[in-house]
Design a protein around this ligand. Sequence first.
Ligand SMILES: Cc1ncc(COP(=O)(O)O)c(C=O)c1O
Length: 395
Amino acid sequence: MEYTKYFSNVADWAKSNPIRRLTALINRPGIISFAGGVPSPETFPYNEIAEIASRLVHEKGAEVLQYGLTRGNRQLIEYLVAQMQRLGIKTNTEEIMLTSGSQQGLDLLARLLAEPGDIILAELPSYIGGTYALNNVGGTLTGLPMSEDGLDLAVIRDKVLKMRDLGCQVKLIYTIPNFQNPSGITLSLEKRKSLLTLASELDLLILEDDPYGELYFDTPPPPPIKSFDTEGRVIYLGSFSKVLTPGLRTAWIVAPSEIIAKVELIKEAADLCSSMLDQAIVAECARQDLIQGRLGKLREFYQVRCQTMLSALDKFAPKGTTWTRPTGGLFVWVELASQIDTTEMLSKAVENGVAYVPGAPFYVSDAKVNTLRLAFSKETPERISVGIEKLCQML
Ligand SMILES: Cc1ncc(COP(=O)(O)O)c(C=O)c1O
């Protein structure tokens, strides 16, 4: 049967994620993998979650195995109001909604805010899950260059005004200000404030995606952009995936109540509600201080791995190679000599026992084919040193 005549435009817009296509290659057994952008399973509190899940099902089964509110678990939302306050975001229960991972939040917000023809500004490079969600509703992604301290603000005004002159609708900037996936870059305090002023001047919304902010090493990153927002211009996304476990698929959106009410309607059609059991487990983890209380250890855990990777790069990387020096998160971004195409090089790297993710797919435009992302989350410090040495020898 020929199905394309039945398909909507979304079938054309939806792109396959090139990283997923590389899965077989980068997950080959035995290799040292810097590819997977996931938290280390060593950090998951297995026994505690098993005990909580079992108790919840036995004692509150009728509630946690049932459908629930589309907005999510009330207790967890109240916990988040307090947590957001700690980061300087003044909010209330009407402005928070839980989602099945931030990925769902990005999808729902994309559906709410973007439509075919809209221009959306995103960092170069940026998180593929975010840019694809915006792309899948017909949005046109336009790239914004970054420097060591985040977005290059000087180009934004020019870009937006030029596109508006051409009759384009420019509504939104998508940014990951803390220890960005994939680059590890953090947006400076000054730039956070200037970005907000610029967004106000140009009448743009800011989508602030922050799954890594709590994973800092020595000092916290600057406060979220949302904390400076007096106009309701910033939509903030947070997630429990990297600070507890992604398997519980629990994350949240903070936005003006008018936006949350609309997102709720879209989510109702998507899944009625996120898993009540997952949310109840996360709420109980929060109550038992298994989230905040474990952050110190988690930060130390990733800091050792990051430092090991940076030291190995310092020692072994050939001339002409540059890399970011993240102060938190899970990723280091590497730029090689300009003639090297990291996609072409990947199979050779895997033959040599090391995997990474090529950088090109992370760019919505102007791809730099000589870049790659290294995740320091999965491998042990010993294997990180060995893996970086192997990769550098091959280079
Ligand atoms: C920047 C960014 N945003 C959102 C997500 C999605 O996270 P989750 O859906 O697990 O909350 C990720 C996952 O890696 C990410 O790196």
